[in-house]
Design a protein around this ligand. Sequence first.
Ligand SMILES: [Ca+2]
Length: 340
Amino acid sequence: MTKSVCLLLLCALLRAHGADVKLIIDTDLGNDVDDVGALAVAHALADDGKVDILAIVHCTGLKVGIAAVDVINTFYGRQDSIILGAYKGDFGRQVGNQDNYISQSLLRYHPHTVDNYDNSKVLECVAAYKKALMSAADNSVTIASIGFPICIRDILRAEPDLFKAKVKAVYYMDGGYNFGCNIPGSSDPSGDCKNNAVEVSVDLWDSGIKQVYQWEGSNIYTGGRFSDGCGGERRQNPIKDAYITNIPYQGRRDRPSWDPITVHMAVLGDNSIHTSVTRGGMYIYNGGATEDFHPGENKNMYKQNGCNDYGDATYMLDNLFCQLPKAQAVNSSQAKLATQ
Ligand SMILES: [Ca+2]
């Protein structure tokens, strides 16, 4: 048997087995465009065989949020393989600043199979979590929480044993915005979001599940390479279109990278993007708005220390943003343009 045939067989075996990291992404996509970049990172790494994306859930009441997720899944050819879920409660039902690029660019110009969370393909987020977790081996699932931990709270309330059996790590994009439930221009009339982060933290405190709190990204500006031509035609690439629609951002053509870094670390590890972590205990107060980290405590909790090479981190993320899908499904019989 020739070496090339052996390599082909090895690749086939690896594909059949799937990637080691089984990922659920929990996103508030719509306000900041870095959630789009985070999904691009996940899909590009999935194309590279580094991760299997089990489910993506949207965590605010924005009805079109999950449709934007579906646009991106469709671009990468995964519109039928990833479980979709959405929070359908009051929190974030007022659009506020959540539709900065969804209606005017993603749903208008790019193929998708879901228009909003009323589509039968979109499960309530707890059901989506449950379906994804039940399909996975014990202690095998990593969650990238890049929005508000409202669906994590709800699945923990509904299925605590299932969650703790299947999940091995949660990577949070943390801070007062995500944990404090602060959607600009929207509100939380029923108070459904406040204290989520506090409750989740307490529930997972002694579970053994690894929790990583990631705050880096405000000084790592990505997406600027789209303006130099990467990613092809804007209207044929929703990642590029979302980023271009959002510029200028504070006079710049690129954006901070909190969520993409969180997903990168969740898939490739704590040191994967010139980052490091310190073990300790994380205490969350004040409805989620205040965090207090105690280094050295012997809990399975880790605080991200920062990035020691901003330039290369930017380069690495932009490479993933610009990496075109290996398989597109724009010809899917279900895919359509909202404007047609
Ligand atoms: Ca986010």
